[in-house]
Write a protein that binds this ligand. Structure first.
Ligand code: TMP
Length: 208
């Protein structure tokens, strides 16, 4: 088992139905052969994450909803992310702060002049930015049809909303091309898995 001097934080992002959770799980299984890996999610599996899920399922005010997501993120960093990185682990998070910038950047459009910038500023100074972010890109209509065939649904599964969120994700990726790796998520799972694995290995080689 290889031990990294300092951990690596890798995040998976994309609209609902992009398949990021499936790819993240497959990649984690492979990385576990060589590294100490932690797979985690946002919203988290803690009671705070449960509150976030309750908020998403209700008609909560969009600003209140943002702050619940942000509280869950703060707890996630303090209890899970930072300790694991300090132990030299590879931390893989299925959604992270870019989900807030993209989704709440869309729900808060009209309330602030620059909603993405505003949401980003709330995170400044305490969040831990990811080392690498895989953005899974799929057309919103394909994503929606995938969402409709599974049981779990959220209010964010609306085609017009998904288009706005995807545009926000692409904007974020354009601003930080060194961190973001765009993946065509309409490809076969194994092809995506190979692409992601080779990028991670490349990143680790460059870091060591
Ligand atoms: P999940 O389906 O990946 O568990 O995420 C739950 C929903 O919450 C999904 O529609 C994306 C949304 N979400 C946000 O709106 N903001 C966030 O910060 C996060 C982490 C998720």
């Amino acid at each position: 088992m290889s031990q990294l001097q300092k951990g690596i934080l890798i995040t998976f992002e994309g609209i609902d139905g992009s398949g990021k959770s499936t790819v993240a799980k497959a990649v984690v299984e492979r990385l576990r052969n060589d590294y100490d890996v932690l797979l985690t999610t946002e919203p988290t599996s803690s009671w705070m994450g449960d509150i976030v899920r309750k908020a998403i399922a209700s008609d909560v005010d969009s600003l209140a909803e943002l702050f619940l997501f942000v509280a869950d993120h703060a707890e996630h960093i303090a209890r899970v992310i930072k300790p694991a990185l300090d132990e030299g682990k590879i931390v893989i998070s299925d959604r992270y702060s870019d989900s807030r910038y993209a989704y709440q950047g869309a729900t808060l459009a009209g309330r602030f002049e620059d909603p993405i910038g505003w949401v980003k500023r709330i995170h400044a100074g305490w969040t831990i930015p990811p080392d690498l972010t895989f953005l899974l890109l799929v057309s919103p209509s394909v994503a929606l049809s995938r969402c409709n065939t599974r049981q779990k649904t959220t209010k964010f599964e609306d085609i017009e909303f998904m288009k706005k969120v995807q545009a926000n994700f692409l904007k974020l990726a354009g601003e930080e091309p060194a961190r973001f790796v765009k993946i065509d998520a309409e490809k076969d799972l194994h092809v995506m898995e190979e692409e992601v694995m080779s990028k991670i290995q490349e990143y680790i080689r460059a870091k060591i």
